[in-house]
Ligand binder design. Structure first.
Ligand code: ATP
Length: 443
């Protein structure tokens, strides 16, 4: 199957089944924005919850934060974003299209038959100029320069500016981290590849503060831990890699950066960057704010500016990787079945409950089970159509288990439980279903 087809099929399944819709669709859309439907919002939330659980609540050296999206403009001057957060932009004077100068080789001229920009005789590409990716807006009723603020292009700066607050208001000691999940906005020149590069997206970031002499060790630990996290959630084998940046690729302040990359249907793309940022960010904020952001170690009586390891992940971009990895088509009894093989922790719906037919007390029994399971899991009830079709619908949603109440249930209090990937059906005592799901779903 050509890879472009996989993406087309996935985008279409996402729309049809309510994972992801184009933003503002009934008004013709807004490029680079996407809306998460009933299944998509659960999937995205499960990714964020898994990250928060594994990196914050299950650890004792990381605390959470939720900072404002709008921040004082000086934050972005201190961080370097106002002067450096740019992409090189090229315009075509003929077709009025815009391209990233560093991506001409992968871009297409809108003229047919499509070639790369600059390859038709009529193409008139301008010199590349710097285009800042931050969105601007105004605080208060007057649209003047002094009131201008940016929508944050990353969540990280909200963490740095609260470093002192967190130290002063908790008993946490270096080494420790601050974690945040939230929206980020970038006015990407060419949003593309579905939700991979959008203008509004979500990030999951940690700033981990440590003693300078331990920073190399923490960098290696984080790099390995973050890579393992994606593997545990199902991105296995040859489709996942950890790529260490070469010295030419590193930012001037970074002593090491690794990217976790996924092999999307169009090629490798970054899911997360893990960077050793030294003391660059805290020092910049000390300089611009005039506030002392150094740390005093009670035990050694030393004062120092901590070094920082930053694992910076895209929540929405990871959702795309999990969708791509889960998507499978297979022949079953002469019919094509589409199944989303999500890891049980990520599956939007954990189990579906069906009465085999709408009579003989089956709907009542099924509804009672459904209501009981719903107290612990996101479960779905369906009594419409042939049971085979109901299974297929749940396969497309990625539901790990389907439980059917049938004629035998009345006789011996057992139900059928069907597993999504193997399609194996087992009979099980009705009163065992909940504990079975708890065990299988790790709830
Ligand atoms: P890229 O090179 O792909 O533009 P980046 O290196 O600029 O990404 P970072 O600034 O390191 O990205 O952001 C951290 C993470 O945020 C990325 O690894 C990615 O998962 C996510 N991310 C960044 N830009 C976008 C975007 N436009 N849409 C969706 N996710 C994004």
């Amino acid at each position: 199957m050509p890879d472009a087809t996989v993406m087309e099929k996935l985008v279409s399944l996402c729309k049809r089944r309510g994972f992801i819709y184009p933003g503002s669709e009934i008004y013709g859309g807004l490029n680079g924005t996407w809306d998460y439907g009933p299944l998509g919002v659960e999937l995205l939330r499960n990714v964020k919850n898994a990250w928060w659980h594994d990196n914050v609540t299950s650890r004792d050296d990381i605390v959470g934060l939720d900072a404002a999206i709008l921040m004082n403009r000086t934050v972005w001057q201190a961080s370097g974003h106002e002067s450096n957060f740019t992409d090189p932009l090229v315009d075509c004077k003929t077709c009025k299209s815009r391209f990233r100068a560093d991506q001409i080789a992968e871009s297409q001229c809108p003229k047919k038959p499509s070639k790369h920009p600059g390859e038709f005789n009529e193409c008139q590409l301008t010199e590349a100029r710097k285009f800042n990716l931050m969105f601007k807006t105004f605080v208060g009723p007057v649209e003047e320069n002094a009131q201008m603020v940016y929508l944050r292009p990353e969540t990280a700066q909200g963490i740095f500016v609260n470093f002192k607050n967190v130290c002063d208001s908790t008993r946490i000691k270096v080494p420790f981290g601050i974690a945040q999940i939230g929206k980020a906005f970038r006015n990407e020149i060419t949003p593309k590849q579905f939700i991979f590069r959008s203008r509004e997206f979500e990030q999951m970031e940690i700033e981990f503060f440590c003693k300078p002499e331990t920073s190399e060790e923490w960098y290696r630990k984080w790099r390995d831990e973050r890579f393992a996290w994606y593997q545990e959630l199902g991105l296995k084998g040859a489709n996942l890699r950890l790529r260490e940046h070469s010295s030419e690729e590193l930012s001037h302040y970074s002593r090491g950066t690794s990217d976790v990359e996924y092999n999307f249907p169009w090629g490798w793309g970054e899911l997360e960057g893990i960077a050793h940022r030294g003391d660059y960010d805290l020092k910049q904020h000390m300089q611009f704010s005039g506030k002392d952001l150094s740390y005093f170690d009670d035990e050694t009586k030393e004062r120092f500016v901590p070094h920082v390891i930053e694992p910076s992940a895209g929540a929405t971009r990871s959702v795309l990787a999990f969708l791509c990895e889960a998507y499978a088509e297979e022949q079953v009894e002469g019919e094509m079945r589409t199944v989303m093989r999500f890891h049980p922790r990520l599956a939007p719906v954990k189990a579906a409950v069906f009465p085999l037919v709408k009579k003989d007390g089956m709907p009542e029994k099924a509804t009672a089970l459904y209501k009981d399971l719903k107290r612990n899991f996101n479960v779905f009830y369906d009594e419409k159509g042939a049971v085979g079709r109901r299974y297929r619908r749940q396969d497309e949603a990625g539901t790990p288990f389907c439980i059917t109440i049938d004629g035998q249930t009345n006789e011996d209090q057992t139900v059928t439980i069907r597993e999504r990937d193997s399609m194996k059906q087992d009979r099980m005592a009705l009163d065992r279903v909940k504990s079975y799901l708890m065990e299988k779903l790790g709830a």
